[in-house]
Each structure stands twice: as C-alpha cells, then as structure tokens.
Write a protein of this length. Structure first.
Lengths: 114, 111
C-alpha cells in the first residue's frame, strides 16, 4: 500500500525567509501524482502545487517549488519569501494515476514569524 | 466557477443516530471523493463516486455509505453514530484528470 510520510510535525520560518517541508512516500507504481495542499485555520484545503511522476522537471508556482527525487521517493516543498498568510497546515499527498484515492501525510504545521 | 460546497457546515448528533452530509461539486466535475479528518488519524479516504457509481472505497465500516446523483451532487450517510465518528468530513470534486478541489468541510460532533 502507498504511504506518505511527513517527518516534521511543526516548522517555523521568519517572514521573508525560505523554508523547506519534507515528504517521502512509498510506492511500487511508476505512474502517479504528488501534491502539496495547504489548510489554513479556516479549514479550506487549497491545492498549492502538483507534480506528475513522469515529468523530471520540478514544478513551480510563484513562490512555491518542489524538489522531486523519484528514485529516492522524496517530494519536498520550498516556500520562498515566506509571508504571514503562508501559515497553515501543509499536507503532502499521493495519488496513483489509476484512481482518485488520495493518500495524505500527517501534515506539517508551518508558523510564520513577523 | 463556484467552488465545492458542503452542507451543513456544523452538526451535533448523539450516539446511535444517523446523519447525512451533502456535497455539491464544481460544475462539470463528475467525480466526488469523501475524506474523514481527525487529529489522531489525519486525513483518511472514505470513498469516491464517479457518474453515480462508487469507484473506490477506503477501509471504513459499512455504517459509512454514500451515493451520487445524476447532477453529480453527492451525499454520505453515517448510521448508528459512535463517539469516534466525530470529525471534519471533507468532500473533494475532481477534474477528469484527477486534480482534486476541496470543500470547506462539515464538522460533525457526536455526543
């Protein structure tokens, strides 16, 4: 079964600095998708970034970028120029290409200090 | 486009009762997935419906069920509620290529 591990329950970063959130996953499949979701205190889950496993190029969305290491099964999220609004729970998620059963990590709570 | 909507947002029930939660997906999305979120177990997949058919199911007891209507709206039902069913229930609608968009959730409290 596919599992997703986020080893950092909590992280903090100074405003305007950079932080990296870690995620590893376990799968025997070759075709899958990886996601980072953000869940602010209001509870609405928001998609931050997605990565297709077949793409070697790391995905980037403005201040958010990933470091996807397929062989190592690692998928970290880098947030540059951190803002107060980035404070939230961040979930790493895996989905097989064959279905919509999304597997989530336990989450990392990010605090941004002014 | 309007986002995913879930009703009600908050619900309080007592043990043994049953509850029905509703989810309206983004217009054009045919797939709806349900998740349970608790502090102890995190986010767990319940089931997914696509074009009125259950396509995937997580590891939950039969007390948890769902359905999807022809307009893609979905409901989930929990019968014989237990204290451990207290959770945030999230619904997500998906594009045909699997990108999921979440609703605000229904907070269920079982007393």
């Amino acid at each position: 079964a596919q599992t997703v591990t986020q080893s950092q329950p909590e992280m903090s970063v100074q405003e305007a600095e950079t932080v990296t959130l870690s995620c590893t996953y376990d799968t025997s499949e070759s075709d899958y998708y990886l996601f980072w979701y953000k869940q602010p205190p209001s509870r609405q889950m928001i998609l931050v970034i997605r990565q297709e496993a077949y793409k070697q190029q790391n995905a980037t969305e403005n201040r958010f970028s990933v470091n996807f290491q397929k062989a190592a099964k690692s998928f970290s999220l880098k947030i540059s120029d951190s803002q107060l609004g980035d404070a939230a729970m961040y979930f790493c998620a895996y989905r097989s290409a064959g279905d919509n059963d999304m597997r989530f990590g336990a989450g990392t709570r990010l605090t941004v200090k002014p | 486009k309007a986002g995913v909507t879930q009703t009600p947002r908050y619900l309080i029930k007592t043990r043994g009762q049953q509850v029905t939660l509703s989810c309206s997906p983004i217009s054009g999305h045919r797939s709806v997935s349900w998740y349970q979120q608790t502090p102890g177990q995190g986010l767990q997949f319940l089931f997914e419906y696509f074009s009125e058919t259950q396509r995937n199911k997580g590891n939950f007891p039969g007390r948890f069920s769902g359905r999807q209507f022809s307009n893609s709206r979905s409901e989930m039902n929990v019968s014989t509620l237990e204290l451990g069913d207290s959770a945030l229930y999230l619904c997500a609608s998906s594009t045909d290529w699997g990108e999921q968009f979440f609703g605000p959730g229904t907070r269920l409290t079982v007393l």
